[in-house]
Design a protein around this ligand. Structure first.
Ligand code: LLP
Length: 434
């Protein structure tokens, strides 16, 4: 096992992903390529659903935050596993619809939904719209009323929790483009407005405090803020929320230094916090919803590249350049996110070579990682970056006119193309030449 049980080494010393030989995958599908172990995604969905039903109750519905990885096939998988989804754009809604995802299990998010987005959601019959602000609320009321609808909504609330400095900075997140802050009174004001509008039917509240969180405490703080808010709303208006969506954010093990999170145990802990918090706030236990993105798909993925140049600069560092880079994985360039990489050809050998893994773009910041331990690389080797299932393909671009890699699903050792590789012809397909 390397980092996660589905990454292993076979008798030839090659990396295997979900039982499939990484070199054979690279040979068949070319590089760069995103490989996803479908079994891992399905197991993660089942673990979340089972834990949510066990600890929150039979009507629990975890949502897959599909911004993490969006293509038609993933919505099919998530639909089959019985989860709902979070969509944040017309494009995600369209892709979900293309997969025939049940619309009533869709939650539609976003801090600046256009009228066109809202109409699309209403026409699709999206179950729940998470309203971010006043203008959107008014627009939705008008659009839904005109169709004779009372659209189910949640209101996005900013509880004021910064997950990385939580407790110390309890108003840290009030300054946000998202949602309505409790601390400023805007959350209560928009709640009153929502209750007065016939085109919407308020079911409860939503918050999302951040991503790649390893501790339960920030969720505890957020849940307490939200439950107190529900109680305050009840006292002020008589309305008692029946739904509380606590967002996503549980972390993923990207490197040996990251902890493994037991998601079922985390869900059990959150359920206990909400149950006790609701009791002490004097409100009924709401239906609790979680929206994991990263923790459902990140670990399932790996990106395969071919090593090109290996440049050793005496006294400085070693650059290993691969045939992809920031267009297929912008996360180091954007956030200095750390990954585990290895040479798939010699996966069982010791990693005694330290390199900066660089992409092929005309830009020095085009790096996959710095100080990465690897087996000594040679031109033509396959370099694998692990845990790239989340926020890689979904954030990919065509910078430098690089075609986007395919997405390959592996299940029971067998591989199939879920998204084909872009071609140069695809790149010019939108260009008008006349
Ligand atoms: N719900 C809402 C409303 C969100 O905004 C997000 C993520 C999630 C759920 C899912 O969070 P997760 O479980 O994946 O942490 N591009 C960044 C991550 C941005 C996350 C945005 N919102 C990255 O590559 O790290």
């Amino acid at each position: 096992m390397i980092l996660h049980p589905h990454f292993d080494v076979n008798e030839q010393g090659h990396l295997t992903i979900g039982g499939a030989d990484a070199l054979a995958l690279a040979n068949t599908f070319g590089t760069p390529a995103y490989i996803l172990d479908e079994t891992v995604i399905r197991e993660n969905c089942r673990a979340y659903l089972h834990a949510a039903k066990t600890h929150f109750g039979a009507d629990a519905l975890p949502l897959y935050a599909s911004k993490a990885l969006s293509f038609t096939g993933i919505y099919r998988i998530v639909a089959e596993e019985g989860l709902g989804i979070d969509c944040v754009s017309g494009g995600e809604l369209y892709t979900a619809q293309n997969a025939r995802f049940p619309a009533e299990r869709i939650y539609f998010h976003g801090n600046n939904k256009t009228d066109a987005d809202l109409c699309q959601a209403l026409e699709m019959g999206v179950g729940t719209i998470v309203v971010d602000g006043d203008e959107e609320l008014e627009a939705l009321h008008a659009l839904a009323s005109a169709r004779g609808l009372a659209q189910k909504i949640l209101l996005r609330i900013t509880p004021g929790i910064d997950p990385h400095t939580h407790r110390a900075v309890v108003t840290g997140n009030v300054d946000s483009k998202f949602g309505n802050a409790i601390a400023t009174g805007q959350a209560l004001a928009i709640t009153k407005k929502a209750l007065s509008l016939s085109g919407v039917r308020l079911a409860g509240f939503h918050c999302h405090i951040g991503s790649q969180i390893f501790e339960i405490d920030p969720f505890r703080d957020a849940a307490h803020m939200m439950l107190r808010f529900i109680a305050d709303v009840k006292a002020a208006t008589g309305f008692e929320a029946t739904e509380l969506n606590l967002g996503g954010g549980l972390g993923v093990r990207y490197t040996e230094e990251d902890r493994e999170i037991d998601y079922a145990a985390a869900i059990a802990a959150i359920a206990e916090i909400v149950r006790a918090g609701a009791r002490s706030a004097g409100i009924a236990m709401p239906r609790v919803i979680l929206e994991p993105g990263r923790s459902l798909v990140a670990a399932a993925g790996a990106t395969l590249y071919t090593v090109g140049s290996v440049k050793e600069i005496p006294g400085f560092r070693n650059y290993v350049s691969v045939d992809g880079g920031m267009p297929d994985n912008p996360r180091y360039a954007l956030y200095q996110s750390r990954y585990t990489a290895l040479i798939a050809d010699r996966a069982g050998e010791k990693k005694d070579y330290i390199a900066t893994v660089a992409g092929r773009c005309c830009e020095s910041g085009d790096l996959i990682g710095e100080g990465m331990p690897l087996q000594k690389p040679r031109r033509g080797d396959i370099l694998a970056v692990l845990c790239t299932g989340a926020y890689n393909y979904s954030m990919a671009s065509n910078y430098n006119r690089l075609p986007r890699p395919p997405v390959i699903l592996v299940r029971d050792g067998k591989a199939r193309v879920a998204v084909r590789r872009e071609t140069f012809a695809d790149l010019v397909d939108l260009d008008i030449t006349e």
